[in-house]
Design a protein around this ligand. Structure first.
Ligand code: FIX
Ligand code: ZN
Length: 409
């Protein structure tokens, strides 16, 4: 039966509900190939633990020079034991490239020789990812320009409307909106909330997002006497309600703990779960997706989901995406929630990461699910193949489709 569970998990298409991957239509935002893979921020942080090169010198290098340094430091001078480095080995293996190469010449030649469109199809098929949800920021001027030019993404890609700028940096967002001619002010007075609402309605029309999303810092509180609570109550939640869009909350980040590391410099902390409880209780007609960054928040997230059936826990986010922790969290969720959660998202930034992030996660999820079925068998009920297919399909796509109210696969 372990074979059956593994086969079903390996052959069931998955909807990747949160990534930072963009299809070729998004030009330079579409990251692919060995240099993008090696300059992933997870690997940059690890490189500084084993090199004498200073942060300042590193950031003066171009992308290829940075990739060379990462390769030499983590793969030639050291054994790639960490999850992010093992991921690179899995990707090289998928393409039959030498994992012990002393330079990147062979890998560069290989990736440059690939036709991007066909390569995209190959990776999506090999990773068995049927749908990818992007992270789309209307406050990013470059991205906004791409959408305004009428770009239509590959049909396997869907948008999620990211609200970090609005909810976490309201003063800057207000300045930007005012600069675009909208009559808004930082104090949220006059017609400001109506204008922001209109701004979101327009972007929803343009991007057709599957859900709204925001990452929230470790000290996010709700309700609070602050602008974030007002924006949530007066703009974001009514928008979610009126457009029947779920709101994804990604909680527990501490941005810029070490600014010298730039995008690799974020940390984490234990967040206050009562904020999520209050949001779910106050808005029974809004569906929430939630993931927490701290391992310490995982058990209470499961318990909160048991209390509120408008809450869907998802993924093992970022620093949690390591086999030992994915295993622990998945087992905890199965024990507390049965199949009513979304076990993983990739958070991939570079196309080929889909291969390793899903490959590695599928293995761990299969082991956890197999053990649950074994416990059940020992208690007197063996599962059938049809039941395994039903459970895996529910967790890999069905729960999300139900949440967003549409079918994707
Ligand atoms: O906020 C997010 O969506 C995070 O996932 C990213 O900001 C983070 O840098 C990341 O890529 C984690 O996997
Ligand atoms: Zn992300």
């Amino acid at each position: 039966m372990s074979g059956a569970v593994e086969t079903i998990i390996r052959t069931t298409p998955v909807v990747d509900i949160h990534t930072h991957v963009f299809p070729p239509e998004f030009g330079a935002m579409c990251l692919s190939g060995i240099d993008d893979l090696l300059t992933y921020h997870y690997l940059i942080a690890e490189t500084f633990r084993s090199t004498e090169v200073s942060h300042a010198s590193f950031w003066k290098m171009n992308k290829a020079e940075r990739a060379d340094l990462v390769w030499k430091t983590l793969f030639v001078d050291n054994t790639p034991l960490s999850e992010a480095t093992r991921g690179i080995i899995s990707v090289l293996d998928a393409f039959g490239l030498n994992p012990r190469a002393t330079t990147l010449a062979e890998a560069r030649t290989f990736f440059h020789s690939r036709d991007l469109k066909k390569h995209f199809d190959w990776v999506m098929d090999a990773a068995l990812v049927s749908t990818v949800v992007m992270t789309n920021d209307p406050f990013n001027e470059h991205e906004a320009w791409i959408w305004k030019a009428g770009t239509i993404p590959d049909q396997r890609f869907h948008a999620s409307l990211r609200l970090d700028a609005l909810l976490n940096h309201w003063d800057d967002a207000a300045r930007q909106l005012a600069g675009e001619g909208l009559p808004v002010n930082a104090g949220l007075s006059g017609g400001t909330t109506k204008e922001v609402r209109r701004f979101l309605d327009n972007w929803i029309e343009r991007m057709q997002p599957l859900y709204l999303a925001v990452s929230l810092s470790v000290d996010f509180k709700f309700p609070e006497d602050d602008i974030t609570t007002r924006l949530l109550r007066e703009v974001v939640l009514p928008t979610a309600r009126d457009h029947k869009l779920a709101l994804a909350l990604m909680v527990g980040v501490r941005r810029g703990v070490n600014p010298a590391l730039r995008s690799a410099g974020d940390g984490l902390g234990r967040a206050d779960i009562t904020a999520l409880e209050r949001l779910c209780a106050e808005n029974p007609d809004v569906r929430f997706l939630a993931t927490f960054l701290s391992r310490e928040n995982q058990h209470e997230l499961c318990v909160t989901a048991r209390k509120f059936n408008n809450l869907m826990p998802f993924g093992c986010w970022w620093f949690l995406n390591n086999p030992s922790i994915v295993s622990e969290i998945t087992r905890e969720r199965l024990e507390l929630l049965g199949p009513s959660f979304i076990p993983q998202h990739s958070d991939a930034r570079v196309l080929e990461q889909l291969l390793y992030k899903w490959g590695h996660s599928r293995q761990v999820i299969a082991d956890a699910l197999f053990d649950s079925y074994e416990h059940l068998r020992c208690s007197g009920r063996a599962v059938t193949r049809e039941e395994i297919v039903r459970d895996v399909t529910r967790m890999f796509s069905g729960n999300f489709e139900e949440w967003i109210g549409r079918s994707l696969v």
